[in-house]
Design a protein around this ligand. Structure first.
Ligand code: CO8
Length: 258
């Protein structure tokens, strides 16, 4: 598949997608969003791939939706085309884990795309923000919802109402990112984490991801019930037998994704 706005590579059992519109700081134009969706489809369908890393450049993960593309849209253009469902949420339907490796600016739609991933590893130069208000719009790809769930009302409200950016250290303190690493190590660290996940039992990884995601959609008691059912289901896998036997025999497990 020939892509023009992203670079797609495979590192062992990891799919690596690099947003690649450097002149526009990886602004998320329609073509990029469509290509991102195609690359995710391909990695989802590839049995060799166990986890996916999504990254940008050292200067920008993505500086938002493409303002030049959006500027002339009318309400009717946006409404009738349902501007946003068009591929934008594809990351959230991925069953395989997707890690965002964020360096530089992750603004507007860029911050929203990072938050759609399962977790964010940030470089020490990362900056997160929802500056839409300064353009006369509000976030439209989950910014008001996912940011609020991640950092709480006070910080989300300030960021969304003022457009203030937060740096990597503040993002880590607020719980938006799982870890901050030196810029030079970001992609390799993210790939290493993804390789670790890819080396575990695929069905059990999918169940773990599904269970954590249930925490955002259910009451505590429903979520715990859901977790319990999946927990029970892990005992039906060969990988559970292998994982526990390997522990008892003091050796490394070989998971067969069964
Ligand atoms: N869209 C289009 N082009 C952009 C964008 C963008 N979001 N961001 C940067 N660029 C372009 C600039 O226009 C410039 O291009 P050119 O050289 O042709 O003029 C080039 O990238 C470099 O940018 P700067 O010269 O501005 O670089 P600086 O280092 O001086 O500044 C900033 C970097 C601070 C990141 C600055 O570029 C900026 O403020 N960018 C806009 C950030 C922003 O407002 N993002 C939010 C966009 S709105 C949005 O994301 C809504 C999402 C809704 C989701 C629903 C979608 C369906």
């Amino acid at each position: 598949m020939a892509y023009e706005t992203i670079i797609v590579e495979t590192r062992r059992h990891v799919g690596l997608i690099t947003l690649n519109r450097p002149k526009a700081l990886n602004a998320l134009c329609a073509q990029l969003v469509a290509e991102l969706g195609q690359a995710l489809d391909a990695f989802e369908a590839d049995d060799e791939i166990g986890a996916i890393v999504l990254t940008g450049s050292e200067k920008a993960f993505a500086a938002g939706a493409d303002i030049k593309e959006m500027a002339g849209k009318s309400f009717m253009d946006a409404y009738l085309a349902d501007f946003i469902t068009d591929g934008w949420e594809r990351i959230t339907t991925c069953r395989k884990p997707v890690i965002a490796a964020v360096a530089g600016f992750a603004l507007g739609g860029g911050c929203e795309v990072a938050m759609m991933c399962d977790f964010i590893l940030a470089a020490d130069n990362a900056k997160f923000g929802q500056p839409e208000i300064t353009l006369g719009i509000i976030p439209g790809a989950g910014g008001t919802q996912r940011l609020t769930r991640a950092v709480g009302k006070a910080k989300a409200m300030e960021m969304v109402l003022t457009g203030r950016m937060i740096d990597a250290a503040e993002a880590e303190r607020a719980g938006l990112v799982s870890r901050v690493v030196p810029l030079a190590e970001l992609v390799e660290e993210a790939v290493k984490v993804a390789e670790k996940i890819a080396g575990l039992s695929r069905p059990v990884v999918l169940m773990a991801k599904e269970a954590v995601n249930a925490a955002f959609e259910t009451s505590l008691s429903q979520g715990i019930r859901f977790e319990r059912r999946l927990f029970h289901a892990t005992f039906a896998t060969e990988d559970q037998k292998e994982g526990m036997a390997a522990f008892i025999e003091k050796r490394s497990p070989t998971f067969r994704n069964r």
